[in-house]
Design a binder for this molecule. Sequence first.
Ligand code: IMP
Ligand code: MG
Length: 178
Amino acid sequence: MDVIKIKDKDFAVSIPESKILCEVERLAAQISRDLEGKNPLFLAVLNGSFMFAADLFRRITIPAEISFVKLASYEGVSSTGVIKEVIGLSENIAGRTIVVIEDIIDTGCTMQKLLESLGTRNPEAIHVCTLLLKPEKLKVPLDVKYIALEIPNDFIVGYGLDYDGYGRNLKDIYTVVE
Ligand code: IMP
Ligand code: MG
């Protein structure tokens, strides 16, 4: 087993590129079938989803658009503490069918905030598509329609996901090892 080091942690491959791309292919075919005639707008959440978004979108076979958003966190005065604001969305999404592309849903808090924010802009529908889901960590109710892979509760990097900014360029997904 090949172990690589990123900063202070060791990682080993847990999901090889071939497996990832096989699941991406499956999702792209399913979304293309489900959203035929809907002219969907894909919204990829930067930074983590850039690689997944590129591989997924190039396999979409129906007319569709893609745009990129970022979530800016800042300390707010609300009771929840950290507020996440959606930035970079210049498209009018009113009446549109939206597919949000995320790298990973962990607690689900990030996605919940994003859906709240997008929901105020009157889209026709919002579908959530994530590369990875950690079902054991999910702590808010979320309807995640498209999931490439469910994973255990371990920290992972690669294929766009980072550890402190590094590891995004790895083509496979790696899990931290003790
Ligand atoms: P949530 O709000 O807890 O669902 O957190 C989602 C965000 O946390 C993701 O968009 C990632 O940026 C980050 N994240 C959660 N788990 C991991 C992981 O295992 N590796 C890298 N980033 C992660
Ligand atoms: Mg992310």
